[in-house]
Design a protein around this ligand. Structure first.
Ligand code: FMN
Length: 216
């Protein structure tokens, strides 16, 4: 077991960059796009990965990673099984939180907002861009339901591969879809030396976005 001493000794200084009132964008979507572009250009392995936090019908928090697949009309899109636990949680409580963490750039972005189901045309258009094995996988998997064995999953894949053998364009399964998250809050965190990080929070108001610097 790792000792507390070992864990406590893991420490890193953040010195790569700074974020200030002169360099940060006036609009949080512009700032997010800047940082996402830098994460992509830096060749990070999963630059679009974000932790999605939801609330269960009983009021417990739940979190997992999903991939950002679009930013349109002020909303962030991701795709999933809409009957999965996260889908059921969003149906009960549409308020969600998202977190991007780009360790190599010493940056975090936190977002809070409201999730709504994407329309079926948008879902179908994205589904069509997925590789065929991933399309078949979406049919074969009832996400997060218990599986007695790996073999059961592989048999389902074989069954759907056969079923769609002569289908050129595989449609999305009815249980597969996506969500658009409309942010009401953004926070940009840039690591700085001695834990004196730069943090800026944007809150959506009826007059637009209001920005303030936060204590580290
Ligand atoms: C890097 C990474 C990317 C992922 N992307 C997605 C995604 O885009 N959509 C998705 O449904 N699950 C994705 N997952 C799996 C989820 O984290 C999670 O295991 C799954 O969606 C079931 O979550 P739920 O039981 O809370 O509904 C990803 C996992 C990782 C580690």
């Amino acid at each position: 077991m790792l000792s507390t001493k070992q864990l406590a000794a893991i420490r890193r200084e953040y010195r790569l960059a700074l974020l200030d009132e002169h360099t940060i964008a006036a609009n949080p979507f512009d700032q997010l796009e800047r940082w996402l572009t830098e994460a992509i250009n830096a060749g990070l392995p999963e630059p679009t990965a974000m932790v999605l936090a939801t609330v269960t019908p009983e009021g417990s928090p739940a979190a997992r990673v999903v991939l950002l697949k679009g930013i349109e009309d002020g909303k962030l899109h991701f795709y999933t099984n809409i009957e999965s636990p996260k889908g059921q949680q969003i149906a009960a409580h549409p308020r969600v939180a998202l977190v991007f963490y780009w360790a190599e750039l010493e940056r975090q972005v936190r977002i809070e907002g409201i999730a709504t189901l994407l329309d079926r045309d948008t879902v179908a258009a994205y589904f069509a861009t997925r590789p065929r094995p991933a399309q078949i996988g979406a049919w074969a998997s009832r996400q997060s339901s218990p599986l007695p064995s790996r073999q059961v999953l592989e048999e389902a894949v074989a069954r759907y591969t056969e079923q769609f053998a002569t289908t050129e364009h595989i449609p999305p399964p009815p249980w597969w879809g996506g969500y658009a998250v409309e942010p009401v809050m953004f926070e940009f965190w840039q690591g700085r030396e001695s834990r004196l990080h730069d943090r800026f929070r944007y809150d959506r108001t009826t007059d637009g976005w209001v920005r303030q610097r936060l204590s580290p």
